[in-house]
Design a protein around this ligand. Structure first.
Ligand code: BGC
Length: 452
């Protein structure tokens, strides 16, 4: 029997992007540079020396991109605000030139019936703040709350869903522990501090929202189920550490008021004790959790992998994306159910989900055939339907990403878009996955039932 898939009428069907990955024109209209502006200019850090100087030129093509969203039938769009466009040196007086861009974006979305969902921080910290210690300086919580307040005051009437941070784990792990992402530090002692100061900043921005805003504020985290690669005790212990490090490090303090026990085991003497009042701040009630889901990981103990001592075991029969991530749609159902079980009833959104695969060139009929991505979306959308059936209060789904874009230190080599971007000409072409997603949206899920 063919299963039928139907989603609630209020379900948000979206796509997500982030400022530095698509906008280009990083210094336009008085904007200040971010840590990524410096990182991409440091030789050897980004593949092929790619930069976000032009990216998808979205800063100048915003209106056309909103029309593309409309063409797909999206009723929501998740974007991030570049802090440095609003406060060029991170603090001080609002730069109206930058604010104007986001006001126009939000107005254009609303005119086209698309709900704007804004993320305040998607990794592009103003450089001037990094020069004062960035996420290591405890004052960053106040800087962030001031910036958040300026945005709420200007846009809360029009933006009804706000996310404070995108993936604090990636910022701490990539930016401060392993150095693969800006600001490029490799320091065991810094990573826990960067995590904690991000959480304090999140808490202060939530508090500020209760004073200024009237809608919803939440946090976006990336989660991946961690499964033991064998039943050996050392692999089971490693799986517990991997799970604490990625999945519980942020949500436990936010919902339970304490870090997971395993953090001390992982960081040893580099794991600090924090004052109790910090956890009152971090525990400020939020209205939703955004889950970014890309993969599950089969974990084995690996003594030489610093500092968590875990490695991901390859799965011989699995499909892998071009970024080397195992395609495992059931993991999305699993992780959504897990959030509900561990942290209780809270509205959830899948705020990112998608895949990079090698895309063939545009065919003569103008189509871009990306069957692996079509399958990926079909199976993951079925998986979120399963989560809803299992009782998860899931209110929306955002594909990552609307456009092919700058995949951080991998440059433009990894294409995650529903829409293909020719980076020479900036021409946009809908991939077959975009057409498929549009059919799913138009049928409110029914197209997922058709056999593949
Ligand atoms: C990030 C995106 C990124 C995507 C694919 C997420 O971790 O939020 O900015 O492009 O994954 O790597």
């Amino acid at each position: 029997m063919v299963k039928s898939y139907e989603f609630p009428g209020s379900f948000l069907w979206g796509a997500a992007t982030s400022a530095y990955q698509i906008e280009g024109s990083p210094l336009a209209d008085g904007a200040g540079p971010s840590i990524w502006h410096r990182f991409v200019r440091t030789p050897g850090l980004v593949q092929h020396g790619h930069t976000g100087d032009v990216a998808c030129d979205h800063y100048r093509r915003m209106k056309d991109d909103v029309l593309l969203m409309k063409q797909l039938g999206l009723n929501a769009y998740r974007f991030s605000i570049a802090w440095g466009r609003i406060f060029p040196s991170g603090r001080g007086a609002v730069n109206e030139g930058g604010m104007d861009f986001y006001e126009r974006l939000v107005d254009t979305l609303l005119e086209n019936g698309i709900e704007p969902v804004a993320t305040l921080f998607h990794w592009d910290l103003p450089l001037a703040l990094d020069d004062r210690g960035g996420w290591l300086n405890p004052d960053v919580a106040d800087w962030f709350a001031d910036y958040a307040t300026a945005m709420y005051r200007r846009l809360d009437g029009r933006v009804k869903k706000w996310a404070t941070l995108n993936e604090p784990w990636v910022v701490a792990d990539g930016g401060y522990l392993h150095g693969a992402l800006a600001p490029g530090h490799k320091n065991l002692f810094e990573a826990p501090i960067a995590s904690h100061q991000q959480l304090r900043a999140h808490g202060k921005a939530v508090r500020a929202y209760r004073a200024e805003g009237r809608h919803e504020v939440g946090l976006v985290v990336n989660l991946a189920p961690k499964h033991a690669a064998s039943d050996k005790a050392e692999d089971i212990a490693a799986t517990r550490r991997a799970d604490a490090y990625m999945n519980r490090q942020y949500l436990d303090p936010v919902f339970l008021g304490a870090y997971p026990e395993e953090m001390k085991e992982i960081f040893g003497e580099a794991w600090p004790e924090w004052p109790a009042e910090d956890f009152d701040l971090i525990r400020e009630k939020i209205d939703f959790v955004g889950v970014n889901y890309y993969m599950r990981d089969m974990i084995r103990h690996e003594e030489l992998k610093w500092p968590v001592k875990t490695a991901v075991a390859p799965q011989p029969l699995a499909t892998y994306t071009q970024t080397g991530w195992e395609v495992h749609p059931k993991g999305l159902t699993e992780i959504l159910v897990w959030v509900r079980q561990r942290y209780g009833e809270i509205p959830l959104y899948v705020t990112e989900n998608g895949a990079a695969f090698y895309d063939p060139p545009c065919a003569s009929d103008g189509r871009i055939n990306d069957p692996l991505r079509v399958d990926y979306y079909r199976e993951h959308l079925r998986a979120i339907h399963d989560a809803i059936e299992a009782g998860v209060d899931l209110r929306g789904y955002f594909a990552w990403s609307l456009l092919d874009n700058l995949e951080w230190s991998l440059g433009y080599s990894m294409r995650f878009g529903l829409v293909h971007v020719n980076f020479e000409t900036q021409e946009r072409v809908l991939k077959d996955s975009a057409r498929f997603y549009a059919e799913v949206i138009a049928s409110r899920g029914a197209a997922l039932g058709a056999s593949d």
